[in-house]
Design a binder for this molecule. Structure first.
Ligand code: UD1
Ligand code: UDP
Length: 372
């Protein structure tokens, strides 16, 4: 029996870890799946845990309002030491590029425990954007023993840094989570219609999310001003923005966007609600990593409000377009998608490059054949 410890702490990590934890749990004679949440997020993490029925074995409960990178890093590393000593896993899984993921990899390395990195090999090529995620993923890549890369591009990125051993291209578990989520929510259409009763679904829904640290300040203000302009220009549009709980996001969004009747600012949505709303949307305007990967599976064009993206496969496949944080450019690209049907159709019908929903199965069968 191999003890596998999953260390995670934020909403997207929980969504992308959940299907893998469930898959490992299907083989209790081979694996014991143990979960440690840092609680880097609280409410936004607990929402996901509840939906996927995951009860953590360890909860470090780290989150503080408006925490700094130093807060989470220093407290988290010390708290993880005790968990790793108590749990003594054969392998620790970390996901993506958050501070929690970096801590999980670093702590395991200090304890000489093997590390598996889920969603390995993403690179923007710019350490300042996304910040601090690009730095985190480079450091995790060099600490990890197993690298589960979502795409061939990610594998090539790792090879460029001389990371060539134990690299497996398996797709992204975000698509496993999406299918799992959709299968659960299909039965409850009326519940979702009731929940979103303030929205007019005869209009085109633009789903917006935005939270990246490197955009705080002027770029984030520009993003909000662009959204306001779009809502003012197109009366047949409903903008729906579930606002991230980071106070640096909440402050600007509420100041600039709260007075426009066709802009709906919502609390962070539970994952099934988000999927249901995305399915009903016309297009998605976001800086989120996970949403760039999910939306193409629902046939929704994604406009990425960042200067660079590590999800280049979506841009190449035509499912997404990079629009930066310039107000004019965002407005112009949204206008094009609202008015030019052929452009819209070509984005909506492009094929999702991020996986087919079998990533968790592939990882578990690979690890069945590996001596840990
Ligand atoms: C973090 C990750 C980012 C990821 C994002 C997903 C780092 C450095 N950043 O950014 O990579 O894309 O999560 O959403 O790892 N807050 C709450 N309740 C919550 C969650 C957050 O109140 O449930 C507030 C708190 O004031 C907290 C702040 O948001 O201090 C920032 O949270 P933090 O995890 O540090 O950064 P994010 O911007 O969420
Ligand atoms: N998400 C959610 N509720 C919301 C907004 C996003 O459940 O209100 C989900 C979304 O479907 C995706 C993930 O959260 O799977 C993305 O998380 P986030 O944008 O916070 O982080 P990122 O992916 O940018 O790291």
């Amino acid at each position: 029996m191999k003890k596998i410890l999953f260390v995670f702490g934020t909403r997207p990590e929980a969504i992308k870890m959940a299907p893998l934890i469930k898959e490992f749990s299907r083989f209790p004679e081979l694996f014991q799946a143990i979960t440690c949440i840092t609680g880097q997020h609280r409410h936004m993490l607990d929402q996901v845990l509840a939906f996927f029925s995951i009860t953590p074995d360890y909860d470090l409960n780290l989150m503080q309002p408006d925490q700094s990178l130093f807060d989470i890093t220093s407290k988290g590393l010390k708290a993880l030491e005790a968990v790793l000593e108590d749990c003594t896993p054969s392998l620790v899984f970390v996901q993506g590029d958050t501070t929690t993921a970096f801590l999980g990899a670093l702590g395991s390395y200090y304890k000489k425990i093997k590390v598996a990195h889920l969603e390995a090999g993403l690179r923007s090529g710019n350490r300042q954007s996304p910040f601090p995620e690009e730095g985190n993923r480079i450091m995790i890549g060099h600490l990890a023993d197993f690298h589960f890369a979502p795409t061939n591009t990610a594998q090539k990125n790792l090879a460029q840094e001389n990371i060539r051993d134990n690299v497996y291209v398996v797709g992204n578990t975000v698509i496993d989570a999406l299918y799992l989520g959709l299968s659960i929510l299909k039965e409850e259409e009326a519940t979702y219609l009731r929940f979103f009763h303030k929205l007019d679904f005869t209009k085109k829904i633009i789903l917006v999310t935005g939270h990246r640290r490197e955009s705080f300040g002027a770029p984030f203000e520009n993003i909000c001003l662009a959204i306001k302009k779009i809502a003012q220009t197109f009366e047949d549009v409903e903008v729906v923005y579930p606002v991230h709980l980071n106070p640096n996001v909440q402050g600007v969004v509420n100041r600039i966007l709260s007075d426009q009747p066709n802009i709906h600012l919502l609390a962070p949505l539970e994952y099934p609600h988000l999927l249901w709303l995305m399915e009903k949307s016309y297009l998605v305007l976001t800086d989120s990593g996970g949403i760039q990967e999910e939306a193409p599976s629902l046939g929704k064009p994604v406009l990425v409000m960042r200067e660079v993206t590590e999800r280049t496969e979506g841009i190449e496949a035509g499912t997404a377009a990079l629009v930066g944080t310039d107000r004019q450019t965002i407005v112009q690209k949204v206008t094009e998608l609202l008015q030019d049907q052929p452009v819209y159709e070509s984005m909506a019908n492009a094929v999702n490059p991020y996986g087919d929903g079998t990533t968790s199965q592939q990882i578990v069968s690979l690890l069945q054949g590996i001596q840990l």
